[in-house]
Design a protein around this ligand. Structure first.
Ligand SMILES: [Zn+2]
Length: 154
């Protein structure tokens, strides 16, 4: 239950207008920042990894999100669970990037709407890459939004 900011009446959850005075209640989806937070509210498994493992591999695990450079942490720390978590996220991201690039090749033929879509696709890829790098650098085993559920490397 929420309170109306205008008249202080009780407003049930999920209702966007105050039943008493009719003023608009700012719901969850109002704010882009909040929406983004919801999107990045992904599963985190950091406490399943040993602190030593995280400390040793969090730096090199960043490479997992830079294209095929994921092979470097794979070669350096084949037995690290934390590195493998990010290598898996990186490979899923890499496959997603390849598919997105192929899709962009098709969208390039569609004037304006296609070009805008390409810009959005690359913005999403950039955001995912930054999230992955930040998660790794800060020693967190956190899934990427939308695509982070896939497990290729175990
Ligand atoms: Zn009201």
């Amino acid at each position: 239950m929420n309170k109306c900011p205008q008249c202080n009446a009780d407003v049930p959850d999920g209702v966007n207008f105050c039943p008493a005075c009719g003023c608009k209640i700012s719901g969850k989806s109002e704010n882009i920042g909040e929406k983004f937070k919801d999107l990045n509210n992904t599963d985190e498994f950091t406490n399943e990894f040993s602190p030593d493992d995280i400390e040793n591999t969090k730096g090199v695990s960043i490479l997992s999100y830079l294209g095929i450079l994921f092979i470097i942490p794979l070669i350096m720390y084949p037995n690290s669970k934390f590195a493998k978590f990010h290598i898996n996220q990186g490979i899923v991201f890499f496959i997603f990037s390849v598919i997105a690039s192929a899709l962009s090749g098709i969208l390039a033929f569609i004037p304006v709407i296609g070009w805008i879509s390409i810009a959005v696709i690359y913005l999403v890829l950039l955001i995912f890459m930054i999230l992955g790098i930040v998660n790794s650098a800060t020693g967190r085993a956190k899934e990427l939004p939308l695509i982070g559920k896939f497990r290729i490397v175990k």
